[in-house]
Design a protein around this ligand. Structure first.
Ligand code: UDX
Length: 477
């Protein structure tokens, strides 16, 4: 909304939230989220045509277009628990909009990521409230990524707007197209039906996450065979049909969207009685869980099968760099697993507040007593590593690449282990300093005789699926 206000000075944008503390923060110079470039954009428009308020009546009544931008978390109760999106906030807002709009016409835009056909649910809710007003419902999913939100919004690959097919629906689409056309070239604004737009958002996130799970699956093979996952990524990504992006192996994807949206897609498939499709997408999430588990298990295994009472420095807690967001961060799972093994953790992240880390660990079941005993939060990476047996890179913050590793090595217990879950460090340099280095997707042991593999029967024969015989089963070239 801040970018819309900055790019369209003649449009008045009002951001409404029930939470007074959050609105106060948006009206201050300490914004409630960290995002590079955001403060500049907010201050450019705030007070001119951008307003943050808790005044529900004014903001809803005065608006021609209302963007619903509430949370749609995965349901934690009842039908669809653990997979379906919880639409209670969407429903509350839709109902409130209809109650406060007594006449005229309003355009309601679904900005939150929602299940396919949510638009029809909103239509049903607003039509049932008994107002004289009329509504158009549009789907306008957001594709920005955290950490690069402002540049993604200034220069989007595409803007997607789905609307209803009738004349009123098409006019509503045009109205929103006119807003984005202030700065987005018209050919990058895609208009579709509402359902295509809703499904495209889920599908886009599922495809992106699938690429990460695919390269992470390959990273496991690399570790066993001596292939190097970065080299494989480069070779794959050079194919113009695939492209180089989203092929970075890691300790697993996090963030508020990927897992939630895939689970939502899985649930949709189950509801549509498409179990094979549901299974296919669910494996993307399972592979992600496997990658996290593999990482923490490997730490324990490498450190002589025990980390109990050992000091482990955790560098980074956010789900990616340049954000303070920890939602679904792999660091949470890895720390949880290490705490299960009674390790002492020293955690440092440049942007994540201490209470957030505490909340995240409690959320996955670590008792506050255990956290108090085993976790300390540090104000620098060097501090976190002092006296530690191992350091683990969990987030790819740039500052970790340029640490004084000689000084860090000197301050650590020996043997000093490095577990690079983001493949950002210079491993050769670290080895020459004396570190024992383990990283995702690189050989654990040098493989002397590749022929060995061909003599070994598969360890898990059940995991392979016999291919269906096809007409194309001609002798291979
Ligand atoms: C994602 C989508 O990219 C965005 O289009 C959508 O609107 C919201 O969800 P976001 O979650 O903010 O955005 O970040 P993204 O850059 O996609 O990264 C997601 C996770 O994947 C992070 O944990 C990141 O570290 C990880 N990742 C990304 C990898 O492990 N490897 C990669 O190659 C890319």
């Amino acid at each position: 909304m801040s970018v819309i206000a900055a790019k369209c000075p003649e449009i008045r944008v009002t951001v409404f939230d029930l939470n007074q503390a959050r609105i106060n923060a948006w009206n201050s110079d300490s914004l409630p989220i960290y995002e590079p470039g955001l403060l500049e954009v907010v201050t450019q428009a705030r007070g001119r045509n951008l307003f943050f308020t808790t005044n529900e009546v004014d903001s809803i009544c005065a608006a021609d277009i209302i963007f619903i931008s509430v949370n749609t978390p995965t349901k934690t109760y009842g039908v669809g628990k653990g997979r379906a999106a919880d639409l209670k906030y969407i429903e509350m807002v839709a109902r409130r909009i209809a109650e406060l709009t007594v006449s005229g016409h309003k355009i309601i835009v679904e900005k939150s990521t929602v299940p396919v056909r949510c638009c029809s649910a909103i239509r049903k809710i607003v039509s049932s409230v008994g107002t004289q007003a009329t509504f158009s419902i549009l789907s306008n999913p957001e594709f920005l990524a955290e950490g690069t939100a402002i540049s993604d919004l200034f220069n989007p690959d595409r803007v997607l707007i789905g609307g209803e097919d009738d004349e009123v629906g098409q006019a509503a689409i045009q109205k929103l197209v006119d807003v984005y056309s202030h700065w987005v070239p018209r050919e990058r604004i895609i208009t579709t039906s509402v359902w295509s737009s809703e499904l495209s958002k889920l599908a886009a996130n599922a495809f992106l996450a699938q690429r990460i799970s695919s390269i992470n699956a390959i990273s496991a093979i690399c570790e066993e065979t001596g292939a190097d996952v970065d080299e494989v990524s480069r070779a794959i990504g050079a194919d113009g049909r695939l492209g180089p992006k989203f092929l970075k192996a890691s300790v697993g994807f996090g963030g508020s969207c990927f897992q939630k949206d895939i689970l939502n897609l899985v649930y949709l498939c189950e509801c549509l009685n498409l179990p094979e499709v549901a299974h296919y997408w669910n494996e993307v999430v399972k592979m992600n869980d496997y990658q996290r588990k593999r990482f923490s298990e490997n730490i324990v295994k490498t450190m002589f099968d025990t980390v109990s009472d050992k000091l482990i420095a955790i560098l980074g807690f956010a789900f990616k760099k340049d954000t303070g967001d920890t939602r679904e961060s792999s660091a949470i799972n890895v720390c949880g697993a290490l705490l299960e093994e009674c390790a002492n953790l020293r955690i440092y992240d440049p942007k994540v507040p201490a209470n957030q880390i505490q909340d995240d660990l409690e959320y996955i079941g670590c008792s506050s007593d255990k956290i108090k005993r085993l976790v300390t939060l540090q104000s620098s990476a060097a501090e976190a590593c002092r006296g530690a047996h191992a350091l683990c890179v969990m987030t790819e913050w740039d500052e970790f690449k340029t640490l004084d590793f000689q000084a860090i090595y000197d301050s650590m217990k020996k043997p000093a282990f490095v577990f690079d879950g983001r493949l950002i460090l210079n491993h050769e340099q670290l080895r020459s300093i004396g570190f024992e280095v383990f990283c995702i997707g690189k050989a654990r042991v040098r493989v002397e005789s590749p022929a060995f593999f061909f003599n070994e029967p598969p360890k898990t024969p059940g995991a392979t699926v016999s291919p269906t015989k096809s007409k194309n089963d001609s002798p291979k070239k």
